[in-house]
Every structure is written in C-alpha cells, then in structure tokens.
Design a protein around this ligand. Structure first.
Ligand code: C2O
Ligand code: CU
Ligand code: CU
Length: 437
C-alpha cells in the first residue's frame, strides 16, 4: 500500500494449520497466513512502514535480516511485541538491491519461532537493474529452504531444537520444504531463470547444485549483486545465507535441485551429527515444451567497490568456542562493542575448535552493516564469498576477516546484534551487542 508517508506493509503473526503431508494437518505459525509470510518489496529511497501485530499467544519480535536501518527499528531482542500488541517500525531504504528476509529474534526462542514457520523475504530493488530475469514468480523465483521432522500425526517434531541428545548444531530435519511445500516442483517457461535461494533452516547447511551438475551463474549473495556473474556447479549455504543464481534451461528438460553433503570441516563424528553426510532432493524442475527466449546474461551486474580497509584499520577479534563468543554468552544489559558511525573496521572471527579437540561449525552474522570477506585463513576467499555478505559460515579452526563500514545510523542506547546464525547456538547465547555512536 502506498500512502503519503511511503509504503505501508501489514504483517500479522498468527497460528494456523498447514497441510505439508497429504491428509495430515500440521499446526504452524506464519505471517498473514498459516506458514511463512508474504514477500515484501521496496526500492532504494522508499520510506517504509511496517505494522507487525502479534496474534500469537506469546511475545515475539520481527527482525529485518540484512536491512540497514536504525537500531530501534531492527527488531532484535530489544523490540518485543507482546501478544495482542503491534509494533510499527519506519525507515528509509538506502542500500543496493538484495534479497533480504525477516524473522523472529526473541532471545532464547528464535529457533522455536522460526521452526514453526515464521520467516519471509524482503526484496530490495534499486534503480540500477542490469537486465537480470526479474518477473517475480515467472523467471525470478524465491526458494526458501527448510528442513523439518514430522511426528506420525503430522505435527512438527521439535526435539533437539535446544541442546539435547546428539544435536551439536541444533535440530536437523529429514524432510525438506521449499516455500512451505513438501515434495515440490517448479515449471519454468523461460530459457533463463533466476532463483533467489534463502536457507531459512535452523541448523542445516546445504550444498546446492543440480542432479545433472549443470553450470549456473551466481549473480548475488546476501547483501547484493556481484560485480559480474560467476559460473558454478555448487554453492554452499548455511542458515541465514542467500544466493541469487541464474540457471539455463532447454525446452522439455527435467532436472532436480539437489543438496549434496556439505563440507562442514568438523571431525567425522560431528560432521555426521551436523548433517555433513546428508543428500536431499530439494525441488524438481520441469521446463515447458516451448520456452520464451530470455535476454543474455549481462556481463556486468553492479558496482561493488571494496570496503577501504588497510593496515591501519581498527581490528576487533571474536573467538567462538564452547558456545561462547570471546568467552561470554549474551547478556542484554552488557554492551560488548562500541563503534563510531562512518568507521571502517575489520572484524576477525575465529572458530577456535573448542572441546573435544576439533569442534563444531559456526557462522557469523552482523546486523545492520553487511560486510566483505577479506580472507579465510589468510587466503583470498572463494568466489561465492567475494561479494556483499551479512552471514558467513565459519568452520572449526578457521579465521575469517570481515571488512565493514558502520553508520550512518547512530544511537547511544539501542544496540544491534552479532551472532552465530545456527539458531540453537544463538539461543544458547552465542551473541553479542554493539552500539554505533
Ligand atoms: Cu537473521 Cu540476528 O538474524
Ligand atoms: Cu540479522
Ligand atoms: Cu554456532
């Protein structure tokens, strides 16, 4: 809805029933429906207001993952929405085109709320479309990946969503939902289709490709388009990460989007417990008998200037071990970092490994800023980590240096979060708070 003050969206969090498995009803949560939420879309320069009302029986929050906005609008643990109440954040979109998303962020309850179905996409456009496929639902298709476990009666099995039993990274499901659909297929009608893939799972890491190993073009990562398309056969996505890929199709053909065992870098036991041995067929794709010809893939996509970090740039270190960040767990009353608006900083994130010897995989997400990966264990990052990012997978015994520029939003009171995006780890307190002043 467009009003004089800008674009107004309404989201209502509520409970409902979904039919994922034939003839079985699953109690779920969603925004404006029983599962997931609508794709919101706005362009750079838009003034945006969202009214989020809470029809759930418990407090939740709504965080805009990847969005640059004032800390009081961020929707983290400090912006609770009580049952029956509404929250109305307002901000101006000012960042490059990207596939962002929204989800709850109530401390200690994020894993549960997301597992029940609370998540949606927020697509940001800017005025600089390079000519990529962009007809939503036709040749520009969202792919929200989630894994679930079901009880016999169809209800969601959430055992292991916190640390119990053999769960080392949190709950792993044995069934896949794509956009809330079990056993899905997609019919394509153009010779090139852009997939905006979001890993909205609690803990599962996917290594996404096709059964026929076809080459696709990676055109965007979390926080924006790449400078130029990168040909790939696989892309690994940990929870919270996004990839925009453009896939070529020939008339009448069939293929399957498949996740192959991701390399998590853990010891063989933890590798298996964290899903490193698992293969899943995610989505069947059928090309129509006749396809409309798509324009060629543009050679240049966007201006992606480096973040100007150099030898004199301030560096902060973050060590992840034993479910802590720098030896501490989240404390709402403690500010862990204070940075200045406009400052360029390097955040050096190390997964130390931790007990018993060579540890668990983690990831690192920073609210508000977005960042560029400078290096991974001192080496140039692989192609899928060279673009704009806001969430990065951090395997055991790995140090990743991230360059970011803070601001323009400042607030001496309200913090933003940084944390591991494996939701059981986040809920267990692998999270810290920073102020931008
Ligand atoms: Cu996607 Cu702090 O979260
Ligand atoms: Cu976030
Ligand atoms: Cu973690």
């Amino acid at each position: 809805e467009r009003t004089p003050e800008g674009k107004v969206f309404r989201l209502r969090a509520g409970a409902g029933e979904s039919e994922f498995l034939r003839g079985k009803s699953t109690p779920t949560w969603g925004y404006n429906g029983s599962y997931l939420g609508p794709t919101l879309r706005a362009r750079r320069g838009d003034r945006v207001a969202v009214e989020v009302s809470n029809g759930l029986g418990e407090t939740t929050t709504t965080h805009w993952h990847g969005m640059r906005l004032p800390a009081v609008m961020d929707g983290g643990p400090h912006q609770p929405i009580r049952p029956g109440a509404a929250w109305r954040p307002v901000w101006t979109i000012d960042q490059p085109a990207a596939t962002l998303w929204y989800h709850p962020h109530l401390h200690g309850r994020t894993a549960e709320h997301m597992y029940r179905g609370m998540a949606g996409l927020f697509v940001v456009d800017d005025g600089e479309d390079p000519g990529l496929p962009s007809e939503y639902g036709v040749d520009d298709v969202p792919i929200v990946l989630q894994d679930k476990r079901f009880h016999e009666d169809g209800s969601l099995d959430s055992s292991g969503i916190r640390f119990q039993g053999p769960s080392v990274t949190g709950l792993l499901g044995d069934e896949i939902l794509v956009n809330g659909t079990h056993d899905p297929f997609l019919e394509v009608t153009r010779t090139r289709v852009r997939l905006r893939i979001l890993n909205a799972s609690n803990a599962r890491v996917y290594d996404v490709g096709f059964t026929d190993d076809r080459t696709f073009a990676l055109v965007g990562t979390d926080a924006g388009l790449l400078a130029a398309p990168v040909p790939l056969r696989r892309i690994m996505l940990s929870p919270g990460e996004r990839a925009e890929i453009v896939v070529p199709f020939a008339a009448g053909e069939r293929t399957v989007l498949r996740s192959r065992p991701p390399r998590l870098g853990a010891n063989p036991v933890y590798e298996r417990l964290a899903g490193g041995d698992d293969t899943f067929d995610l989505l069947q794709i059928r090309a129509a008998p006749r396809l409309a010809e798509s324009p060629p893939l543009p050679a240049r996509l966007a201006d992606v200037p480096p973040v100007p970090a150099g030898p004199g740039t301030r560096t902060r270190s973050f060590v992840m071990s034993d479910f802590t960040l720098n030896g501490r767990t989240m404390d709402h009353h403690r500010i862990d970092q204070v940075v200045e608006t406009g400052a360029v900083e390097i955040w050096e994130v190390t997964n130390a490994g931790g007990f018993p010897g060579n540890g668990l995989p983690h990831s690192f997400h920073v609210h508000e800023v977005g960042y560029r990966v400078l290096d991974v264990n001192g080496r140039r990052p692989p192609p899928h980590l060279r673009g704009r990012k806001d969430t990065v997978f951090v395997p055991p015994r790995t140090t990743i240096r991230l360059a970011m520029r803070f601001g323009p939003h400042s607030d001496p009171v309200h913090p933003y979060m940084y944390h591991c995006h494996l939701l059981a780890h986040e809920d267990a307190g692998m999270m810290g708070q920073f102020l931008v002043v």
